[in-house]
Design a protein around this ligand. Structure first.
Ligand code: BDP
Length: 710
């Protein structure tokens, strides 16, 4: 198996289970139009039941008496199939009723009916034939994917920024690919976990996406995804009126610029009548934006909002990831983490009602641990979307197993206590806390042409879980994982236990060996964000800044003595982070600058904790290849071998991380490891001591990763 069907394999159930199973005799999809999600649902159900149960059920579009699975919207049911119970359905929600030989799948809209169908199929595929009757509604209306695909005109397919599974399935040589099979397969995966929108190109957007050939191509992408209920949007480059339109300005208040965008919006709508919206990264990391013209970010967002407004319900997702990467950090008070609130706090209430602010979960950038972005507490009159990453940019890039839902749930369950009222992040992004109509989730997924979608079979649990959590953020992360495992690899208990144990150990282990106590992923900050390079964190505008020296480490973000960041939280939370005593250890170095000898709540010093945690985390990674051996022979050889290869690599790379970071801080602090391990590797064969024909000794950068430093 090569992973192409992910969790939608519809593997045949064992013979005895199949024999005991009962399903109705036919499928009735109450819409015969091929592009409709209800039609798709009927076809998918037919395919699934054929795979799972070896039954070839007829599919019709006309209501029938007798044993059947009927799929349709509330309206279609009302017209054709008689009375339903009173259903409290919200947008995209569904009712699933399985009773004797009758199954009813009723969507609030067509998309909802498709989601209910996938839910039913997921039960069947897991051998679950219980009778149920319930309503399921999504937590939030916006549940999107972002792809950071580029339109480069070299190579066969476009590259993907921070993508680790091969090049783009959407773009080739600056155009939209001809064969969109993978695109509709991707939409199928999205629909199966309740995701309803996608932005297909990089936030660092290429203006050529808006030329006439590509506009038509966008229409084709939207057509390929529509039967799965997935709506398409795009990222825009703020400077397009100048670079593509040859205007002299991109000033959002200039009439020629307004006209230019109005025209683009009209054309987009012509090609994509159900266009979902635009995503905008402006005035960040050298991208153009309204600030260049002395206009506010709200002026910039509203420019697009007004252009798309006449054409339906499309939205503007304006990213809060606005910061100056040239910020001068020799200024002790400078703090990249302050940027989002500084820029957006006073703009609340100034955005048009079809603008949403998309906020990364933490104030820096997808680190292994960050406090929640305080901006979630400041936008009471503006819809917000939380931005997560399924692609593991800073977290091992799919070469390391890191199951992310525990990280995401830490963020979503955090209570901001706005106005001293309960204010869980998940209730803010559902729209509930501040009564917002538009709110929700976006995740940078970055699938590529690799048949495994993400380059690693195990990494797909993150994609699956993302959809499940966006639908219902209180879902249990282990239960989600078990569903995914059964669907992806089968129901054998050993498989489930093995994958669950490794996955649940993986985030804490990764944090331990890459950067703990809130110091974050000590990776090469100006490069690929992959291997260890702690010294790159300071001395440039991109860094998250450790401010480490011979005696002390950590970023003082207090109000009384530091950058003032902790004061960006509502008062109760601010007070907790302001005080070193009440700051949780796992964020200590995020908020405070302390001596290496500072005692933690565990009684250990900071530096000894560092040493121990790096050893502990790497030791856990060492167990993964061995744990995985338990499933040998229980799953197909192809996926077994591919996963084994990556886990073995991770085990090795965790050692590189451990020694690079520990040696770096030992070298800097000169404080010895109580257990005498750090800087002392008697068992190691030093590379420079080896002799091999045809090889020469080279300088290793960063130097800590070289052996024999001490
Ligand atoms: C960072 C990535 C960079 C993105 C940027 C963004 O390193 O490639 O362009 O975020 O989100 O995480 O805009």
């Amino acid at each position: 198996e090569n992973g192409i069907d992910a969790w939608l394999r519809y593997a045949t159930l064992p013979c005895d289970v199949r024999k005991a199973a009962s399903v109705p005799a036919q499928i009735v999809a109450l819409n015969g139009t091929e592009t409709s999600p209800v039609y798709t649902a009927g076809q998918e159900l037919h395919k699934g039941i054929r795979g799972i149960l070896h039954k070839d059920l007829p599919v019709t579009n006309t209501p029938a008496n007798g044993s059947s699975i009927t799929i349709g919207t509330v309206d279609a049911f009302a017209k054709t199939s008689g009375a339903l119970p009173e259903l409290d359905l919200k947008g995209d929600g569904f009712w699933l009723s399985i009773k004797n030989d009758s199954v009813q799948i009723v969507g609030q809209n067509e998309r909802g009916a498709l989601y209910g169908t996938f839910q039913y199929l997921s039960m069947l595929a897991q051998g679950n034939f219980t009778e149920v009757a319930y309503v399921s509604n999504p937590s939030a209306p916006i549940r999107w994917v972002n792809q950071w695909d580029n339109m480069d005109d070299t190579g066969t397919h476009g590259s993907i920024e921070r993508g680790y599974a091969g090049p783009s399935i959407f773009f080739a040589k600056g155009l939209i690919v001809e064969d969109l099979t993978r695109v509709s397969q991707y939409a199928r995966l999205m629909a199966s976990i309740g995701l309803n929108g996608i932005v297909v190109n990089n936030v660092n957007a290429n203006v050529n996406l808006l030329n006439s050939t590509n506009m038509a191509g966008l229409g084709r992408i939207a057509d390929a995804m529509r039967p799965w209920g997935v709506r398409m949007g795009i990222s825009l480059n703020f400077d397009s009126p100048r670079t593509l339109g040859k205007l002299t300005t991109a000033d959002p208040l200039d009439q020629s610029v307004i006209d230019w965008w109005d025209d683009i919006a009209t054309k987009l709508h012509d090609h994509v009548p159900d266009f979902a919206g635009v995503l905008v990264k402006a005035n960040s990391e050298s991208q153009p934006g309204p600030l260049t013209y002395n206009r506010t970010l709200a002026d910039g967002a509203n420019l697009f909002a007004r252009a798309i407004k006449p054409h339906g319900d499309a939205i503007v997702m304006f990213r809060a990831f606005v910061y100056d990467n040239k910020i001068n950090q020799t200024n002790w008070k400078a703090d990249r983490a302050n940027a989002a609130v500084d820029f957006f706090r006073d703009l609340d209430g100034k955005f048009d009602d079809n603008v949403i602010v998309q906020i990364k979960y933490g104030p820096i950038d997808f680190q292994v641990r960050e406090p929640v972005s305080p901006l979630f507490a400041h936008l009471e009159q503006t819809g917000t979307v939380i931005e997560l990453q399924v692609t593991q940019e800073y977290l091992g890039q799919q070469c390391h197993l890191v199951y992310l839902p525990p990280l995401w749930k830490t963020i979503l369950n955090f209570d901001m206590k706005v106005d001293n009222q309960p204010s869980l992040v998940r209730d803010i992004v559902s729209g509930e806390r501040f009564n917002q109509k538009l709110a929700g989730y976006a995740a940078v997924v970055n699938v590529g042409t690799n048949t495994s979608w993400l380059g690693s079979h195990l990494a797909m649990s993150n994609f699956y879980a993302y959809g499940r959590l966006a639908w219902e953020p209180t879902s249990d992360d282990v239960a989600i994982l078990e569903d995914w495992t059964r669907l992806t690899f089968g129901s054998d208990r050993t498989i489930i236990d093995t994958i669950t144990k490794m996955s649940m150990e993986s985030w804490p282990a990764h944090e331990n060996y890459t950067g703990n106590l809130g110091i974050q992923s000590l990776t090469d900050i100006t490069g690929p964000h992959y291997g260890p390079k702690p010294q790159s964190q300071d001395g440039n505008g991109w860094g998250q800044w450790t401010r480490a020296d011979a005696k002390s480490i950590g970023m003082d973000r207090t109000v009384w003595n530091g950058t003032g960041y902790s004061g960006q939280y509502p008062s109760e939370v601010a007070a907790m982070f302001e005080d070193i005593e009440t700051t949780p250890d796992d964020l200590l170095l995020w908020f405070h600058h302390v001596p290496y000898t500072q005692k933690l709540k565990s009684g250990k010093t900071v530096i000894q904790h560092f040493y121990d945690a790096h050893y502990d985390g790497a030791a856990v990674a060492q167990t993964f290849p061995k744990q995985w051996e338990a499933v040998k022979g229980l799953i197909d050889a192809e996926r077994y071998d591919e996963v084994a290869f990556r886990l073995e690599y991770q085990a090795g790379h965790a050692l590189v991380w451990r020694d690079a970071i520990n040696d770096f801080y030992f070298n800097m602090s000169s404080i010895k490891d109580e257990q005498g391990r750090v800087g002392n590797h008697p068992w190691r064969i030093e590379a420079e001591a080896m002799e091999l024909d045809g090889y020469t000794v080279i300088r290793v950068d960063p130097f800590e990763t070289a052996s024999g430093f001490h």
